[in-house]
Design a protein around this ligand. Structure first.
Ligand SMILES: *[C@@H]1O[C@H](CO)[C@@H](O)[C@H](O)[C@H]1NC(C)=O
Length: 286
């Protein structure tokens, strides 16, 4: 019993801190209104800009007695608007109240599902299935999240959820520098293993005559298999493509120069699970 009370207090505190943290802009109010227009059997979808946060809850679903409707499924999809070369993921936080006496540990009866699965064949999805009274924390480096609330035929107690979605920078971008300057790039989550199924593109732009030196203090990707890199850093300069993986660029002795003032660096991770921390490299403009 004490455990349940404690969990409830924690979830309520999470709801309150989410509500207090952010003044709502007109655009954010519009996002919330679009999401809160979905009722049982509906789905709603919004595209949010980098820098915006979206917060919404399920109070609009409650009946006159303040209860969640039985046998009700609603689906919401929140996606981040593409922003040039930069790649963004989403962080989801909030609280859940969905207590169904018929639930087991897998929340098979009434549940809140959060996933970044983008099609049926996506086997790298991060999925959480939640129920009860608890805080919600979810993070993905994919650019969209789907949330589905499923209240069973038997019904569930609680007010559902309040969730907040904020875009988080993953990787990529335009890198500009003048002679003597240096910029750093790294894989998302470094030095934790980088996410699966991700691409990052960095375009380098410098004044004509500038030479670029790329050096990687750490470079640890999955190693080549049968000569091919499944996860790689690709370097494109003057139309020529080079692929690096494993430890092939690790350490200052593996530094290389790019003689032109424009280059593209492209990181791609495959669907394979990996324990590798990725890379942290710097690009010096001379
Ligand atoms: C909702 O949950 C019920 C079990 O309570 C399940 O039979 C049904 O398929 C689920 N609906 C959706 C759309 O996931």
């Amino acid at each position: 019993m004490m455990g349940a009370v404690r969990r409830l207090l924690l979830a309520l505190a999470a709801l309150a801190s989410v509500a207090a943290a952010n003044p709502v802009t007109t655009k954010e109010a519009e996002y919330a209104a679009a999401l809160e227009s979905a009722s049982c059997g509906d789905s709603a979808e919004i595209l949010i800009a980098v820098g915006d946060v979206v917060q919404f809850d399920t109070r609009h679903l409650l009946d006159d007695g303040g209860a969640l409707p039985r046998n009700c499924v609603v689906t919401w999809r929140i996606a981040v608007e593409a922003s040039g070369l930069e790649n963004y993921g989403l962080e989801v936080s909030g609280g859940l109240e969905l207590s169904d006496a018929d639930n087991d540990e897998t929340c098979a009866s009434s549940q809140l599902l959060i996933t970044d699965q983008d099609d049926a064949g996506d086997n790298t999805a991060i999925t959480q299935t939640l129920c009860g009274v608890r805080a919600v924390r979810y993070l993905t480096y994919q650019d969209s999240v789907t949330v589905a609330l499923n209240v069973s035929v038997g019904g569930a107690e609680g007010r559902g959820f309040m969730l907040r979605f904020s875009p988080i920078f993953a990787c990529g971008g335009l890198l500009r520098g003048s002679p003597g300057e240096m910029v750093d790039i790294e894989t998302p989550l470094f030095p934790e293993p980088y996410p699966r199924d991700l691409s990052c593109a960095w375009e380098i732009e410098a004044a004509v005559g500038t030479s670029l030196t790329v050096s990687c203090e750490t470079f640890e990707l999955l190693s080549r298999r049968r000569g091919a890199c499944s996860d790689y850093l690709m370097v494109e300069q003057e139309g020529e493509l080079k692929f690096f993986c494993g430890h092939e660029l690790s350490g200052l002795s593996k530094s290389f120069k790019i003689a032109s003032s424009a280059a593209l660096l492209y990181f791609r991770s495959s669907a394979r699970l990996n324990p590798a921390p990725g890379f942290t490299c710097s690009i010096a403009f001379d």
